[in-house]
Design a protein. Structure first.
Length: 180
């Protein structure tokens, strides 16, 4: 669990998950003028979404809720950018963000995630960020307890998933997402 010192950046990026806390953190950083834009990633469509669609039931994507949170907290619509690619995991999120940063490896972005997820995001960014600079931050309202992660199943599962994800990254991503 690490959070990098803030520096001005091209954009603040809300990684998928932990709605509404990541968007709340992004709004706070936007209002503190750390970046002129907030970017949202679009999660992949899963078999559950496809099954609901066949029944004519729409499931609201997470990035729509995140946009609503940002706007509710005073981030203007023109400052919110939704990255068009559907991403299935952290690796795909990092790749999408790096592509949208454009050429030149000296651009900076602030990535908003959860406490338990920061190390893996940094590891993947170093491997796939295209030479750009990432400032990785966790949300202030994140309920994860690093000092007692084994005390509840949610935190224990998060640590297990992150450990496995780090091993996969360090090994060069031999285990692929089911969508690959």
């Amino acid at each position: 669990m690490t959070s990098d010192p803030l520096r001005p950046a091209q954009a603040i990026v809300v990684f998928g998950g932990h709605l509404p806390f990541r968007a709340i953190e992004a709004a706070s950083l936007y209002h503190a003028a750390w970046a002129p834009e907030v970017w949202l990633t679009c999660g992949a469509l899963h078999v559950e979404d496809e099954a609901l669609a066949r029944m004519g039931i729409d499931r609201t994507p997470e990035h729509i809720y995140s946009r609503e949170v940002l706007q509710h907290l005073g981030v203007p619509a023109k400052a919110i950018r939704i990255l068009p690619e559907r991403v299935n995991n952290t690796l795909e999120e990092v790749q999408a963000v790096a592509r949208h940063m454009g050429g030149g490896g000296d651009k900076r972005v602030i990535l908003i995630t959860s406490k338990y997820h920061t190390r893996r995001v940094k590891t993947i960014w170093r491997a796939m960020g295209g030479g750009h600079i990432a400032i990785v931050r966790y949300t202030q309202d994140d309920p994860f307890n690093a000092g007692r992660w084994w005390a509840n199943t949610g935190d224990a599962m998060a640590v297990a998933r992150e450990s496995f994800g780090l091993l996969n990254a360090w090994a060069g991503f031999p285990i692929k997402s089911e969508r690959w």
